[in-house]
Design a protein around this ligand. Structure first.
Ligand code: G6P
Length: 369
């Protein structure tokens, strides 16, 4: 097992560090920036059917559901196709309205999650076209769907999902770009910019990983917190949800993710000097609005840990701690802002002596309902 961990203390840490390579493996052969092309067999072979979808339904569970939420923002922004994201377990039991013009995308690392599988079967019965985004090759969901795209992240052993999440977002971004190009909802210049920026993401993740020691230092300060709030807006709202989930899963600290502006409709009541608040406050993406959310937290004496763009000065003045990530175009920021949140939960769990790779009560894949 030590050999399999490749010199890391835990699979989770190894998998966090594998993300630059995993993302390259996801887009290798699919993304051809010089030709200004994206090739994805599963999409290419069914291009008209998918690009003409009246609606895209995304079904998933857990971390994969969070990747689906990021994809909703990306698909709507780029391809201008309406998207709905559903928990597979809710979708399958509520007699959903599905038409033959719908495309359903199931996102599943394992490809074995029972609820996601049932959701796909139901949608297919009602005539929808089913597309799978799975990591495990030959898995049940990848076989049940009409077409699909593998994430090629390599085996993920840690129960808390890390590289599966970022590679799912990568595949879905490629798919959205491809549909956008086909439907003429993106200019050639923007399309090329996206491809060039995507190629830079692995290097930017490497850079984000360099904050490890600083994140360890912050983890030590907050490891005894009873609660923690995560806030983000736009493309980074799902990242806040995912950050909170990671902390809950492996450190057993109660954490909640919220869209930053919704804070005033409830969670703000919880803020006092005992409450750490992790805020994703990267440039662009409603930056000024997030800054004012940070001021609201500060005036209630909450402790602020902010994820900021390299070189940021405004948030640095307000926050108790800042963690810098390299700048990228806004829809791609989740791929970098996720990294410090993974490391934060990892270090806190290790410091608390928890079983990081196999947290209590959780399974890597839930094959029962
Ligand atoms: C379990 C795992 C999570 C995962 C979820 C969905 O809860 O512990 O890490 O996100 O199932 O799994 P899937 O394999 O469908 O992505």
């Amino acid at each position: 097992e030590q050999i399999e961990k490749g010199g890391y203390d835990h699979f989770m840490l190894k998998e966090i560090h594998e993300q630059p390579t995993a993302i390259k493996d996801t887009y290798r052969g699919r993304m051809l920036p010089d030709e200004g092309l994206i090739r994805m067999a599963g999409v290419d072979d069914n291009l008209e059917r998918i690009a003409n979808a009246k609606r895209i339904l995304i079904v998933a569970c857990g971390t994969s559901w969070h990747a689906g939420l990021v994809a909703e923002y990306i698909f709507e922004e780029l391809a201008r196709i309406p998207v709905e994201v559903e928990y597979a377990s809710e979708f399958r039991y509520r007699n959903p309205i599905i038409s033959e013009k719908d495309v359903i995308i199931a996102i599943s690392q394992s490809g074995e999650t029972a609820d996601t599988m049932a959701a796909i079967k139901l949608a297919k019965e009602k005539g929808a076209f089913a597309f799978g985004v799975c990591n495990v090759v030959g898995s049940s969901i990848s076989r049940e769907t009409n077409a699909g795209a593998y994430t090629h992240a390599g085996p993920e052993i840690g129960v808390a999902s890390t590289k599966a999440f970022t590679t799912q977002i990568t595949v879905l971004t490629l798919m959205a770009l491809k549909l956008a190009k086909h439907n003429g909802t993106i200019s050639n210049t923007d399309f090329r910019t996206y491809l060039q920026e995507l190629e830079l993401v692995p290097g930017k993740i490497e850079k984000a990983l360099e904050a490890d020691e600083h994140i360890k230092y912050i983890s030590d300060i907050y490891k005894d917190a009873r609660n923690c709030l995560y806030l983000g807006r736009g493309f980074n709202f799902p990242v806040a949800l995912e950050g909170a989930l990671k902390l809950k899963e492996i450190s057993y600290i109660h954490a909640e993710g919220y869209p930053a502006a919704e804070m005033k409709h409830g969670p703000i009541a919880l803020i006092d000097e005992e409450m750490p608040v992790v805020v994703i406050a990267t440039k662009k993406g409603h930056y000024e609005k997030v800054v004012s959310n940070i001021q609201e937290i500060k005036s209630r004496k909450g402790k602020i840990i902010a994820i900021v763009t390299e070189g940021d000065t405004e948030v640095r003045e307000l926050a108790d701690h800042v963690i810098e990530v390299p700048e990228t175009i806004e829809p791609l920021t989740p791929l970098v802002t996720t990294i410090p949140l993974q490391l934060l939960s990892y270090h806190i769990a290790v410091m608390l002596g928890k079983n990081v790779d196999q947290p209590r009560n959780l399974a890597k894949s839930v094959t029962v309902e």
